[in-house]
Design a binder for this molecule. Structure first.
Ligand code: PFF
Length: 609
């Protein structure tokens, strides 16, 4: 029996062109992950050597999972479904399908509530550069900074970012101009979503993607032609600093974990966006080449544009010690400072943050469309209602992340749990593709309308290698991050740790000549073993008791951060359960009915001989 029918619902939307869908998926993939997260991760994890686990992850995770997602999405579209729970349920009438489907709606929404804040910060920085605000701030800092001008400017840049983001105190972000930028970003993103697939997403991505690539190329040319601006440092030594391989890093399992994590985040594969976008394809639209085109666009933007711009330039102007570990610090403390030193930096800085803003918008809209589609397909809501509900919901979420901004606590923890769910959701999708549908049958569906041949070993890869790799990644992820993150959710433990570190610092100042071993002995003798202070506080030596008050004060923010971590964890679980309930209701109701109609007109998988 050949089943190639398609359910044509009256208000079904489709992409206008192949270029449109490729640019939309590439737009989702190309974002802050490419231009900020990749260079920071690569330089801190072995430089050129990082590319080995990265390329292996790209081949064994990125490409196969993207093909699975494009195929499952296009197939789900034939059942009249553009929402992940409906698509999964159409293919597998079991509870786990609803669970995975729910995750793939929830993850993008959760990522959105913090990602939009970074988008707003990029917009603010672009305005600040173009309007000359940064030039004034940095000039003043440089003039007051004495001989160490680079540190003075970097310091001014970091305090601007910390103030904008309210990092010193919860709630502080509400008092800054950031609020307006966040609202502008919300308006931009939701207007595009409201206009729909072709008039909104496709039209915007067709303009934004070429524009941002052109801007990035212009900046790259500027950067690569910078030479001899700083005594003794050349741009080629900056490229060497970024890319010279540190082979020893390959023996560290965390490096492999970070490479796999980067591939997921950057390609946006495995957690529902491509699923949603590809459900708007027609049944014979090519998915093999489109998927590869979108992925290669992402890799070009990541490795070539992201990999050659920031870190080499930071090396050139600020020296080797200024590539911080965190994406946030690299992007928002370091980059503005290097733009200040670069000839024409105000213009190039504005252009850089402008392109980051565009890249963030094309990613943000892809995070909103899956939930919009879920509200529409699952409950029959009109576009206006679904967009209004989602905007209110995400605004409430973003407000919480904005409020709990001290040390970026809410942002950091939300990102952390999203990464975990991304791996689980990707594993779920690969299992549905390779085992529930069956890899051979599923790839027969992938091949429909394809111009390129899929390698014959691909079914084997998707059935065995990709899931095994994902299980190993998940295991490593839990092993390396789990215990530490669980501890971070305990206010009393975090309070103890903060107090202890104040006493430890005082002990180290009291014995300035002690080496590490001797210092450890002093610490254990005075404070006892473990994390808290096991010796009774009143028994501490008098010279140490001088920092009592400082230690008690250090407790408070540490306890607060741990409470935020706990709150984020509980909130995500509650949200997940609520969404699962909604997905279940929809699958029993409207979604189930439409799937039945589709089956009645003969929609299904082609049987392979
Ligand atoms: N791929 C995007 C980036 O590299 O910035 C990030 C992203 C987009 C993450 C969409 C999650 C998501 F749902």
């Amino acid at each position: 029996m050949k089943k190639t029918a398609e359910l044509n619902l009256p208000d079904k939307e489709n992409w206008g062109s192949r270029l449109g869908v490729v640019l939309a998926v590439a737009g989702s993939a190309v974002g802050l992950g490419n231009f900020l997260r990749f260079p920071g991760t690569a330089v801190n994890n072995g430089g050129g050597a990082f590319m080995i686990p990265y390329i292996i992850s790209f081949i064994l995770l990125g490409i196969p999972i993207a093909w699975c997602e494009w195929t499952i999405g296009r197939l789900g579209g034939r059942y009249g479904q553009n929402n992940a729970p409906g698509i999964m349920f159409a293919l597998w009438r079991r509870a786990p399908a609803k669970v995975i489907g729910t995750m793939t709606v929830l993850i993008p929404v959760l990522v959105y509530v913090y990602y939009v804040l970074l988008e707003a910060l990029c917009l603010r920085y672009a305005v600040e550069f173009f309007s000359g605000g940064f030039a004034d701030t940095f000039q003043q800092a440089a003039a007051a900074g004495g001989s160490d001008v680079s540190s003075a400017v970097t310091e001014a840049s970091s305090s601007f970012a910390k103030r904008s983001f309210g990092m010193a105190e919860n709630g502080a972000m509400f008092g800054t101009e950031m609020l307006w930028y966040v609202l502008i970003c919300f308006a931009c993103n939701f207007v595009i979503i409201y206009r729909g697939i072709t008039r909104g997403i496709e039209t915007f991505c067709k303009i934004a993607m070429p524009l941002l690539v052109l801007c990035a190329i212009a900046i790259l040319i500027r950067v690569l032609t910078l030479d001899n601006v700083v005594e003794g440092r050349t741009i080629s030594s900056g490229l060497g600093f970024m890319w010279n391989p540190d082979w020893a890093k390959l023996w560290e399992p965390e490096v492999w974990l970070r490479a796999a994590g980067q591939i997921f985040f950057s390609l946006s594969v495995g957690f529902g966006l491509i699923l949603c976008y590809s459900s708007y394809l027609r049944s014979d639209d090519d998915v093999v080449l489109s998927s590869l085109s979108a992925s290669s666009t992402n890799e070009f933007c990541e490795v070539v544009l992201g990999g050659l711009i920031i870190v080499p330039t930071a090396f050139l102007f600020l020296g080797p010690g200024n590539t911080p570990d965190s994406t946030f610090a690299l992007g928002f403390f370091t980059v503005p400072a290097i733009m200040h030193f670069m000839p024409g930096g105000s213009f190039f800085g504005g252009m850089w943050f402008g392109l980051l803003f565009l890249a963030a918008v094309t990613s943000s809209i892809s995070m909103l469309q899956p939930a919009t589609a879920f509200l529409e397909d699952g409950f029959g809501l009109k576009r206006r209602a679904s967009v209004t509900i989602l905007s209110m919901f995400t605004l409430a979420g973003a407000s919480l992340v904005m409020y709990f901004s001290e040390n970026l606590a809410a942002l950091d923890f939300t990102d952390f749990w999203c990464e975990f769910m991304m791996i689980v959701a990707a594993l779920g999708q690969v299992i549905i593709f390779g085992w529930v549908i069956g890899a051979e049958r599923a790839f027969a569906e992938t091949r429909r309308g394809a111009e390129l041949k899929i390698p014959t070993f691909m079914p084997f890869v998707v059935r065995y290698i990709t899931p095994t790799f994902l299980i190993v990644v998940l295991g490593m992820w839990c092993y390396f991050n789990g215990p530490d993150r669980l501890k971070k959710m305990s206010p009393s433990l975090q309070g103890d740790l903060a107090m202890r570190s104040v006493y430890e610092a005082a002990i180290s100042a009291h014995f300035p000549d002690a080496d590490d071993d001797a210092l450890n002995t002093h610490v254990t003798k005075i404070l006892g073993e473990g994390v808290s202070i096991t010796a009774a506080i009143d028994l501490l030596p008098a010279w140490l008791r001088q920092v009592d008050e400082q230690a008690t004060q250090a407790r408070v923010p540490a306890e607060r951060t741990a409470s935020v971590a706990r709150f984020v964890f509980v909130a995500i679980i509650i949200l997940f359960l609520l969404m699962l309930g909604l997905a279940d209701m929809a699958c029993r109701g409207r979604i189930g009915k439409v799937i039945k109609q589709a089956e009645d007109v003969g929609v299904g998988l082609e049987e392979v001989a």
